[in-house]
Structures are given as C-alpha cells and as structure tokens.
Design a protein around this ligand. Sequence first.
Ligand code: URA
Ligand code: SF4
Length: 217
Amino acid sequence: MSVNALRQYLEFLKNSGIKELYYPPSDKQKKLTELQKQYSTCTKCPLHNSRRKFVYGEGNPNAIAMLIGEGPGEQEDITGRPFVGAAGQLLEKMLSAINLQRSDVYITNIVKCRPPGNRNPESEERKACLPYLLEQIQIIQPKILLILGLVAAQTLLNNNNTLGWHRGKIHYFMDIPAFVTYHPSALLRNQEWKKPAWIDLQEFQKEYEKLLAATIS
Ligand code: URA
Ligand code: SF4
C-alpha cells in the first residue's frame, strides 16, 4: 500500500471511530452488513448526486480472493449489487472457467456509486471512496486480489502504466499479492483480448489454488 493510501486509511479509521482492526471469521459478515448500511447514504463525493443505489460489494466474507472492479454500471446502480449486468455475466463465466463461483469470492469496486453514463471515476472520487475498500480488505483479509481493468489497477497500484505493463506479474497491495487482467466490459467490446485474459486467469488460478491448499491443510 502506498504511504498516501495508508495515511488516508488511518485518518479514515480515526474519523469513523473504528477501534477494532481484526474480525474473527464469524463476525465478518455482520460487520460488513453494518458498514454497508452505514455508508449507503455517503455524500463524500459528487457521485452520490446521481446514485440510485450504493453498491458496497458482496460475496464470501471469508473469501481467499477479492475481485475489484471499477465502479457500478446501470444494472448495479439499480440493484445495489456489483457485477450483475452484462459484464457481471461474463465475469461469472470467467470465474467458472477457473472452477470458481461468485459465492467463493468477494466482489467489489473502487467507487461504490455509479459514475453518470459509466464514465471513468475521477481521481477525487476514487480517492474519496478508497477508504471503504481498504476497510473491506482489512475485514475480509483476502490472500489474493484480482484487479479488473486499468482504472482499478492504476488506482490501487498508484501509477499511470498501461494494462499491458500490469499484466503477467504479481503486484502487491496492502501486502497482498495482486493480479491484473482486462475488465470484463473491455472483453465484451474486444474479442481479441479474450485469449490474453485467459492466460491471466490461469496464472491467477495457479496462485489461488496454492493458497487454497495451504488454507485447508
Ligand atoms: N463494471 C464494474 O467495474 N463494476 C461493476 O460492478 C459492474 C460493471
Ligand atoms: Fe461516497 Fe464512494 Fe459514493 Fe463517492 S462513490 S458518494 S465516496 S460511497
């Protein structure tokens, strides 16, 4: 995690009166549900103006893997759930190709409210929303991250590099190994990226299965 992100997170913890930093597995869902409710009326950035529903994230609170997209689209804004539109359907297929289901992982986004017309979230909006993601990571304690798309990758890894630069290597965010691949929406528009995306997914799967085996044994 960058020094800035850490500073921002600690500031956020202080402001929100959070004292606990570790949640036993049995308490994680309860905590996440509480926070989802608490933050659903957030007005920290202009995205709240056009929001229909706040999209916190969902999935297994004890997941080994967390998937991080960019921000809610139309269907997500309507339902309040991440990755339920066309991109979400493709994401589910990508997961099933590596023997995973939605219920195995935790899925969320960099910004929790839909940018109007699905534009990219602005830097200020990403910054305002990031503490929520950092807190989700802190609670769930995933062992591996799959970062979906360039916006999420550049935000978390704090650079302006291309997607090509991010692919094919293991990054670290908050000390957690992180893989980067194409955003499913980009794959829907560019068929030719499906092959390289499959390569990324297999790399991710290898690491995931190692972690899974280590957790079970
Ligand atoms: N695209 C995203 O980045 N996130 C969603 O939740 C849906 C589409
Ligand atoms: Fe708050 Fe994040 Fe929504 Fe902005 S995008 S209003 S910071 S929840």
